[in-house]
Structure formats: C-alpha cells, structure tokens
Design a binder for this molecule. Structure first.
Ligand code: PSV
Ligand code: MN
Length: 424
C-alpha cells in the first residue's frame, strides 16, 4: 500500500502551529540550526530487509499480522517508512532470505519509492534447503576446503546480486567459532577464514567496500572467529583498502566502551559502517536508543568529531544501517522509533561545542568537558528533526500518522493476519 500525499499534508497542517512554536524555541537556543537541519535532510538510514516481520526467540514468535510475504512487499513497507520520515531511503538485503528474482524489476520498484540498495548481506550461518555441505562447524573457517569454497561462492553470488541492484558494499558476518574448548585450533580457524575472505575480496568490484562484522558470542558460546573489533580490524587490514570493520552495537561484551572503539577505527580509516540497535544484556536487537540513549549519543559524538577531523561526508562515507528485531512491537512502528532515535542523537552530536570541549580537554577541566557534552545531550532537538522531515515532504509526527492512518490494519486486510516474513 502507499500513503497518499494528501494525508501527509493534512497531518502536517494540523501539527504545524505547535511545530513552529517548538522550532522557534530550539532555533533560538542553538547556534547552527539551519546547518543541522540540512545535515538531517541528507542523512539516510538503511532498513534491514529481515526486520520487517515479527522477530522471534527460540521460545516462540508472536506475529502481529500483515507481514510482507516477499521482497516486493518488504520494499513497499520501507516505502511507507520513507514516505513518513524521509530518512529511510535505503534497504539492506539479506541473501538468501531475500533473493531478487528479477533484479531489473526490483531495482525499478525500489526507485519508485526513492529507495536505494545499501550493503548486501551474505548468510553462511544457516543451512538452506538443498544445500550440499553443512555449516554446522563453520563456513569460512571450516576444516574442509569444500565447505569453505561453498561459503566463498555464496558471497560472490551475493556480490553479483548487489551489482545488478546498484549496491556497493558487502557485509560479511560469520557465526564461525566454537562451542567448547579444544573444538578448533584458533590459528588455523583464523587462517582459513582470512584465506576465504581474501577470495571474496578478490571478487569485489573496484568501487565496492567489504564490511567485516564482529560479534562476541552466539551462536557459538566459547569462541567466535571474528569475535571483536581487534580481530575484525586484523582481517580488514590484511585484506586491503576496500575492507573495513562494521560495528553492530549489540555485539560487544557488557560495558564495552564502544565510543572509544569507534574513535580509533575512524582514526585508522577502517570504520566501514554501523548496525544500530540497543541492548541490555547481549545481542538483544532492541529499538535504537531505547535502553542506553546516552551511550548512543557518545558514539555519535565520536562519529561526528572523527568524521569532521578527516573531512568526511557524514551522509555517504559510512554505511548507516539498522539491525534490529521486534518481538512485541509492530515492526514498522519499531523502525520508525529507531530511525527517529538515530536522527535525534545525530542532531545532538552536531550541537556539541567542539572548541569549548577541546579547550576543556587541554585544561584538564573535566567538569566543563562533561557540561559541554551534556548540554548537547539534554537539548530537545526533536523540532529540528521534524523540520528536516517537513522540508523533505515527510510527516511531522510519523508514528502518530502511522497510527491515525490505520496502516497496520490495512496491511493485514491486504496480506492477511497469518503471513510470515523471511528473516530470523
Ligand atoms: C548477527 O547477529 C547479525 O547482527 C548479523 O548482522 C546478521 O546479518 C544479522 O544479525 C542477522 O539477523
Ligand atoms: Mn548485525
């Protein structure tokens, strides 16, 4: 389904007076409101094709109905999100959960909604029906060369799909590792993985990036072969200039200082992209900003500072993606909340008084340094984010409009109450 323009306009007319009052207030408070609004207009976050249905755990899955039944419907769902917030103009595809049968048609459909193809994701963490060799004991690390070759071939196939769709990056997340001490030789597992990644890297088009995503644990519980940023950095460095580390916020051991990791990867030119989500315990895949919004702000603070130090383009030089799962929320509502949290936090990071912070750091004035950061974090920038949406043709209050337009009820009517989207 599509959200008609007149509905967005009517919603905006109703909300405009309040919005203008709030905008005037924040614009008077901050120095560079116009520049921030423009940066927000430009900033796009890719939606994962696997997060449009209800997520589940090994204990069950409780669908809310109306889930997209195929890639076309997933693109339509992202089209809805993008129409509402104008910040979700990209999709990140997972193969083989979302194989485009006809890449030309899929590309044209996405273009109709103003959606581009962000990083392509390969999957060698599950066995697919009809697959010859099993990934039970890993894929690129496997002791059997034939299994490694199968994983390499799959990744090269994913690149080909991506090329046909206009993507320019591949995210490789490997679940490879071991569940018990002694199960594998760490050095051999690393070497096998590196050699396999090198073969995929060799097939990478010249203008593509390869993102090596790390994760501390799960599904393996003793060791993971790309277990932390150090290991990912090692692979990326050995692979070459087109390889980068990808940071998924949920993939760290508790209390890891992710903002410091981000700062150093950026400094080394090896930060490739992000999978945004939030977590309390592990890889919980919760709504961005729902548990630790201050941590997210500190991460964005490092991102803005580090990107500016290198003269990077905030919108295009890193891959911005959500990787989340929704067990109890409507997936589209959850994604609207996640994108909103990202935009708010990005805006807050843009507010940080960099000169004052640098001076405080040079003076060892710890108190002022904290004040500077928290002044930005405690500023209510929601009207700036809403103004960016308004200027781009989106809705002032995307979630409110999603609900008042009864979008989920219409999706259920169209697709049925028992549909199941592919993904985890
Ligand atoms: C693994 O937990 C991960 O973060 C990787 O990015 C996968 O592609 C995705 O989740 C699958 O849900
Ligand atoms: Mn991820």
């Amino acid at each position: 389904m599509e959200l008609e323009k007149y509905k967005i306009e009517a919603h905006n007319d109703d909300a405009l007076q309040t919005h203008n009052r709030r905008l005037a207030f924040v614009a008077a408070e901050v120095e560079n409101a116009e520049a921030i609004i423009q940066k927000l207009v430009d900033f796009q976050v890719a939606i994962p094709s696997w997060a449009l249905g209800t997520g589940g755990t090994r204990f069950g899955r409780f669908s809310g109905g109306g889930e997209p039944r195929n890639l076309e419907e997933k693109i339509a769902d992202i089209g809805l999100l993008h129409a509402l917030n104008k910040s979700s103009g990209a999709i990140s595809l997972h193969i083989p959960w979302d194989i485009p049968e006809n890449t030309t048609n899929i590309k044209a459909l996405a273009a109709q909604y103003g959606i581009q193809f962000d990083a392509m994701n390969s999957n060698t963490f599950q066995d697919q029906p009809g697959q010859e060799l099993s990934y039970k004991f890993g894929s690129m690390q496997h002791v059997d060369k034939a299994v490694r070759q199968q994983a390499i071939d799959h990744n090269i196939e994913v690149i080909k799909y991506g090329q046909a769709l206009g993507s320019n990056s591949l995210t490789v997340w490997l679940s490879d590792g071991s569940c018990f001490p002694g199960q594998l030789n760490f050095r051999k597992a690393f070497q096998n993985t590196l050699e396999s990644l090198q073969q995929v890297y060799a097939a990478l088009p010249a203008d593509w990036k390869m993102f090596v995503e790390y994760k501390a644990f799960e599904p393996n519980f003793y060791s993971t072969t790309v277990g932390d940023w150090g290991q990912s950095y090692l692979y990326a460095s050995k692979l070459g200039d087109q390889a980068y580390t990808l940071v998924d916020l949920g993939h760290h051991l508790p209390n890891a200082n992710i903002e410091q990791i981000v700062a150093l990867l950026l400094m080394e030119g090896k930060l490739g992209g992000f999978h945004f989500n939030d977590s309390k315990y592990g890889d919980d895949d919760l709504t961005v900003g729902s548990i630790k919004p201050y941590q997210l702000f500190l991460i964005f603070n490092e991102l803005v500072e580090g990107m500016d130090a290198k003269g990077m383009n905030h919108a295009t030089d890193l891959g911005w993606m959500i990787d989340a799962s929704h067990n109890v929320k409507d997936p589209l509502e959850d994604l609207l909340q996640s994108v909103e949290a990202i935009m708010i936090t990005y805006a807050q990071a843009l507010l940080v008084d960099r000169k004052k912070l640098a001076a405080a750091q040079a003076d060892n004035d710890v108190v002022t340094a904290q004040e500077v950061l928290q002044q930005a974090f405690r500023t209510d920038v929601r009207a700036l984010v809403a103004e960016a949406r308004l200027r781009s043709g989106g809705a002032l209050q995307p979630l409110a409009l999603y609900r008042s337009a009864d979008i989920r009820a219409q999706l259920i009517k169209q697709r049925g109450a028992k549909t199941v989207a592919t993904g985890l």
